[in-house]
Each structure stands twice: as C-alpha cells, then as structure tokens.
Design a protein around this ligand. Structure first.
Ligand SMILES: [Mg+2]
Length: 324
C-alpha cells in the first residue's frame, strides 16, 4: 500500500488534530494567544528511527513518546503546555496504516494533556523515519524553573523512580532479565511511554531553586544543574528511588545502582530545594500521589559525587557518563 500525497495525508490524519490557534492548518503559520504577564516557553526535539526508537515500535507509542519528551521539557520549566508543531520525514515502507496509528496516538495524548496540533510539515525522505516536535507552553513572567538556582545546603530531589526506562529498553532489545511478565511490562511501559510531570513542574514554581527533567541519566543531569548553578552535589546511591520491578532486577544481581544513576530516558523531574520547604514538598507529593525523594545535598565544592552502597565515593565527570 503506497502513501497518499502530502496534502491528502495532512487532510486525512493531521488536520483533525489541529486546534483553534492552528487556523485548521490552512494558513501560513499558527497564531497563539498568551495570557497577560506570561512568557512563551519553547522546546524542540528530534527522534530518528534506529537512534532514538526502534523502527518496529508501535507507531502510536512512537508518536506519544515523541510528544511526551517535549512536554517533559515544558514540565521541567514549570510551564503549562499550549500546543505543538510536528515535522515528519517519512521513508518508503511507511504505509497509510502506520500514519493512521501514529495520528491516533497523538489524538490520545492531545486529549490526555489538553493540547492540540498548531502546525508543521510532512515530507518524504530516502533516509530513516524522523520526527521533530516543537512544544510551546507558557509560564508566569520571570518564574520559569531554571537549572541555575541551586545553592549550597539545598537538597537534591527526584520525582517517581529512575532506571526503569533503561531496563525497559534492554527488554525491548531482547536482553533477558529475571522478571515476572507484569514486572517486564511495567519496565517496558516506562521506556515506551514516559509521564511528563507537568503538574509537579507547575507546583514547584517558587518552591524549587533549580530543576530539569532526567533524560541523559540522573548523574549526568545533576552535573548539568551543578554546572549551571556553579555548585557541586553529594548523593547516596542507596537513596535513589527505584520501582519494585527494578528492585527485583537489582536483587537478582542483574543491575547495579550505577546503571540506575546513569541510565537515562526517565523523564522524572530532578530538582533542588532549600531544607525549609521539606514539609511543603511532602504535601505536594501527597496531593499529586507522586513520591518526591531527597537523594543528596548541594555543596560548594564542584563536581557530582555519588557514594555507592559501600560508602565508597566515586567522582563522576562534570555532565558526563562514567560507569563505575
Ligand atoms: Mg530536558
């Protein structure tokens, strides 16, 4: 089955996703109104088959993950999403059924996150399938959460659990792990369908001193916050929040806390906050039914130090991965 042309694909699959600001994709550009006193927050991300996802991953999940990693970047700034632009480069071999499933995935997440498509472009490519999403959001002027505000004495927090996605990817690639079917599917879900922490990001405005989402891996991303804030951090690996499924992998000796700390693709929020807001953070965690775990402390000395389960300090290069 061959694909219809660009305009027909847009008419059948992308125009139905378009919201009010998009002018139904019939004009040259989208027009987005901001509320008074708010700033526009913009982020973009490209994913390529064979690099960021597996070419035979389900199309609806590819779409939703591509959208969600962008929403996660809005969450990390404390922004509320307004909509998104989508550029697809489709290779030969993609058929109409693929595009139909892909657009259904987008429709599902548009409903979940109350956003719509604002515009984009559809092209055909001799190379691999590539998707670029640009998400737009808004935040109170001057209030966006930045990476640069961490202060010595602040605590380092993580939302949810980390490491699941890295091990979900191993499962998706066919690596054997001693797990029950339900544990396996929980790790695979974390890899395929991250949960952007938009509600948490909004609540952290005025509470967190610095924030970002975990995409490169906890240790590397904490390095990014430390560099931007000109501070360092001391973390206890044993305090890193892990899911019950990943706990079994650790207990079976098939994973180390180091892999948890460096795994990546978690899309949890990593943030710092002064000790004085501990109780408030406890209330926010309860309200959102999302655990917020203190894993370490910001200090003046540069560099991220992770203490392993034996109390052995291992220095991680600034911003870089280092397996130990
Ligand atoms: Mg990010």
């Amino acid at each position: 089955m061959s694909l219809p042309g660009e305009f027909e694909l847009i008419r059948r699959y992308f125009a139905p996703l378009a919201g009010p600001g998009s002018l139904k994709l019939t004009d040259d550009a989208a027009v987005v109104d901001l509320q008074p006193g708010r700033s526009l927050v913009a982020t973009t991300d490209t994913v390529i088959a064979g690099v960021h996802f597996l070419a035979d991953d389900p199309p609806d999940l590819i779409a939703r993950k591509a959208l969600r990693v962008n929403l996660s970047d809005l969450a990390s700034m404390g922004a509320e999403p307004l909509g998104y632009l989508l550029v697809t480069a489709l290779p030969a071999g993609i058929d109409e059924n693929w595009v139909a499933q892909f657009s259904r995935g987008l429709a599902q997440d548009q409903a979940e996150f109350s956003i719509s498509l604002l515009g984009g472009d559809t092209a055909f490519t001799p190379g691999p399938l590539s998707l670029t999403i640009t998400a737009l959001g808004q935040v109170e002027r001057g209030k966006a959460l930045l990476r640069s505000g961490a202060k010595p004495g602040d605590r380092v927090y993580l939302s949810g659990t980390i490491g699941d996605s890295a091990f979900g990817l191993k499962l998706a690639k066919g690596e054997p792990l001693t797990l029950s079917p339900s544990e396996k599917s929980s790790l695979l879900d974390r890899y395929r369908l991250p949960q952007p922490r938009l509600g948490l990001g909004r609540r952290l405005i005025g509470v967190a001193s610095a924030a970002m989402d975990v995409s490169d891996g906890f240790a590397a991303d904490l390095g990014h916050i430390c560099q931007a804030s000109r501070v360092g951090a001391l973390v206890e690996a044993a305090k890193l929040p892990v899911s019950p499924a990943l706990r079994s992998v650790l207990e079976a000796g098939e994973a180390s806390l180091v892999e948890v700390a460096t795994g990546g693709d978690d899309y949890e929020l990593l943030f710092t906050a002064p000790a004085a807001v501990e109780l408030l953070l406890g209330r926010i965690a309860t309200e959102l039914a999302l655990p917020l775990t203190a894993v370490g402390e910001i200090r003046r000395e540069p560099g991220v130090i992770v203490l392993d389960q034996n109390g052995r300090a291992v220095e991680l290069g600034p911003g870089g991965y280092r397996h130990f």
